[in-house]
Design a protein around this ligand. Structure first.
Ligand SMILES: [Zn+2]
Length: 162
């Protein structure tokens, strides 16, 4: 497909192969068929470790940011892998958090909007329920905390005194 990098930008995804994009006129829905790039495949959804395949799973959709007024989703296989530590889990995807139904770009936009605008603005603009806003904020915040912990760990490294 041509203009792949344009589609990647529009859909806000990285490390993702865009196989094709179609427009479902009845549903007014843009469906981008995607898959992780080779390096991103066969990784545990929890820890990201490369793991042997378990089964092909099924097709799944993730809500992406709207393109103008048109709703957009990514559609991809969601195979399962057998992680040494986490057992059989859905493989990680480079465009969304584990177990999330929305892309990173969607999550981040909702989390930011929730701090900047009213409840009705977020839910109407993003076309999601308030409950969904809550779970998105929870998972974005969990990531922020994980990052903070890593930085805190860095500070605990003894400084080199001369
Ligand atoms: Zn794992």
């Amino acid at each position: 497909m041509r203009d792949v990098s344009l589609w990647r930008s529009l859909l806000g995804v990285e490390k993702t192969v865009i196989e094709r994009v179609e427009f479902d006129e009845d549903a007014e829905l843009l469906v981008a068929h995607v898959r992780p790039t080779k390096r991103q495949r066969d990784r545990c959804g929890v820890c990201g470790r490369r793991s042997p395949g378990y089964d092909p799973g099924g097709r799944r959709r993730w809500r992406a940011l709207d393109l103008g007024t048109v709703c957009a989703v990514l559609e991809a296989d969601a195979p399962r892998v057998a992680c040494r530590e986490h057992g059989v889990v859905v493989a990680s995807v480079p465009w969304a958090r584990h177990d999330a139904g929305h892309t990173y770009a969607f999550d981040e936009t909702v989390a930011w909007l929730a701090t900047q605008s009213s409840k009705s603005t977020v839910t109407q603009l993003m076309r999601i329920a308030w409950r969904t806003v809550g779970s998105i904020i929870t998972r974005v915040w969990a990531d922020v905390e994980a990052t903070h912990d890593r930085l805190a760990g860095l500070r605990r490294i003894p400084s080199l005194s001369s």
